[in-house]
Ligand binder design. Structure first.
Ligand code: SME
Length: 174
């Protein structure tokens, strides 16, 4: 690996699973020397954005919401790639707030069929949201990916993004 930007260049012809393994390895390498959550989540958003695009999944938003330090009843926008998004989401509301309240990954094949889905971008068709905790077990935030196609995410995404969320918990100081 020469420059940092090289981490954004995934090999062509990878399966989604191979790409996700690669993404996780890159995240580990990039965060080896820093535990700053803004830096780590910023590069993580970029790794996810470029990784999914490299395998032909048209993600239109990849990023994070964290528990708002000023009001822990809500999530607040954190590092991301994509268009401008909702700045706050109440815990319990929408896909992100539901993942945060339940501490369970939400895989949403069709956002139109998800009661309470919050449409930050009307073009989004499917979504996955993975919550993550600190080492004490308290909710810290959620990882959110939106896709322009129906059924953009499945059990493979869930498996690897949960691994990534677990690493995020351990590699960042909150
Ligand atoms: N759709 C999310 C809101 C966040 S944006 O997708 C970036 C939700 O329902 O919580």
């Amino acid at each position: 690996m020469g420059n940092h930007a090289d981490y954004s260049n995934y090999s062509s012809g990878l399966t989604k699973e191979e790409m996700l393994v690669n993404l996780i390895e890159s995240y580990v390498a990039l965060t080896a020397d820093t535990d700053n959550w803004v830096a780590n989540l910023s590069n993580c958003s970029s790794l996810i954005w470029h990784g999914y695009h490299s395998v032909g999944t048209p993600v239109n938003w990849t990023g994070f919401y964290v528990v708002d330090p000023k009001d822990p009843s809500q999530l607040i926008l954190a590092p991301f790639q994509g268009k401008v998004a909702c700045q706050v989401i109440k815990i319990g509301k929408g896909v992100c707030g539901t993942a945060a309240a339940s501490n369970l990954t939400q895989v949403v094949p069709d956002v139109e069929k998800y009661p309470g889905h919050i449409a930050c971008d009307g073009e989004t068709q499917s979504e996955i949201v993975v919550p993550f905790l600190n080492t004490k077990g308290d909710l810290v935030g959620v990882l959110d990916l939106d896709c322009l196609e129906l059924n953009g995410f499945n059990e493979i995404d869930k498996k690897y993004l949960e691994q990534l969320a677990n690493l995020i918990s351990k590699t960042c100081s909150w």
